[in-house]
Design a protein. Structure first.
Length: 250
């Protein structure tokens, strides 16, 4: 059920009994000891660990470029035990991470909204999540005022629906970082030529790294547009024997 949602919105395991191999979990970095990173799993009491080879491919020069105490990271479950999870950071794709973090942000914002309107926010959230995926519930609540009436009073429902409707009108921005390198004597000219059609969306970060930013009222539309642009850049880069690499944001 949850895995079917991965491509469109991400798979976020939230209950100890539901967590299984290949699931994605949102974690908070607790500490780094030796060559092991210890994390707490968001919405779960079960702890997790990541060994250095599962942090990033290749040699790690500075572990803090990837993890540091209290940082939120998205990991993939390699092995699930009743009292412990073995996790990987490097096996999570940029798209998976972006989707999970966006989902978590949306749900956290909704919980804050409910707590500001209702005195029984925790009980209501628990009731909602017993029968709905919270992110799906939020999407339904944006479209239908009556959908909220099962859990809130008429006045509360109006306030929540209005707040969600106003928020949905705001543009969402996603950021993708990539590198583009050429060993050709005309490499600089070729890079400029490839990026010229996207000058309004691409900025130079230094050291052959670039940032692509797309804004849209719909996150999925922004993600689709970004993927299309990156695919075009990668295709042109390969045709000119240039090296293109999509980077994870840290």
């Amino acid at each position: 059920q949850f895995l079917a949602l991965l491509e469109s919105r991400g798979t976020l395991a939230v209950d100890v009994m539901e967590i299984k191999e290949s699931d994605l979990v949102l974690c908070t970095v607790k500490k780094v000891e030796g060559t092991v990173v210890f994390v707490d799993i968001v919405n779960s009491k079960i702890p997790g660990t990541i060994i250095f080879p599962e942090i990033a491919a290749g040699r790690i020069r500075n572990i803090r470029d990837y993890v540091s105490p209290n940082k939120k990271i998205v990991c993939k479950v390699l092995k699930a035990q009743k009292d412990h999870l073995e996790l990987s950071l490097r096996r999570v794709t940029a798209k998976e991470r972006e989707t999970i973090l966006e989902k978590h942000k949306k749900e956290s914002t909704f919980k804050k909204l409910i707590s500001s309107i209702s005195k029984s926010s925790e009980q209501i959230i628990e009731k909602i999540t017993n029968s709905h995926d919270l992110s799906d519930f939020i999407d339904e609540a944006k479209e239908s005022l009556s959908f909220l009436s099962k859990y809130f009073s008429a006045e509360e429902s109006k306030k929540i629906h209005k707040a969600l409707s106003e928020k949905s009108e705001k543009e969402k921005t996603i950021k993708k970082v990539f590198s583009l390198k050429s060993s050709s004597s005309s490499g600089l000219f070729e890079i400029k030529s490839i990026l010229k059609p996207h000058n309004d969306k691409v900025s130079y970060l230094g050291s052959s790294k670039f940032s692509l930013q797309i804004s849209s009222k719909n996150y999925k539309d922004a993600e689709t547009q970004a993927e299309s642009i990156l695919s075009d850049i990668e295709k042109q880069a390969k045709s000119k024997n240039m090296k293109f690499e999509l980077k994870d944001k840290k």
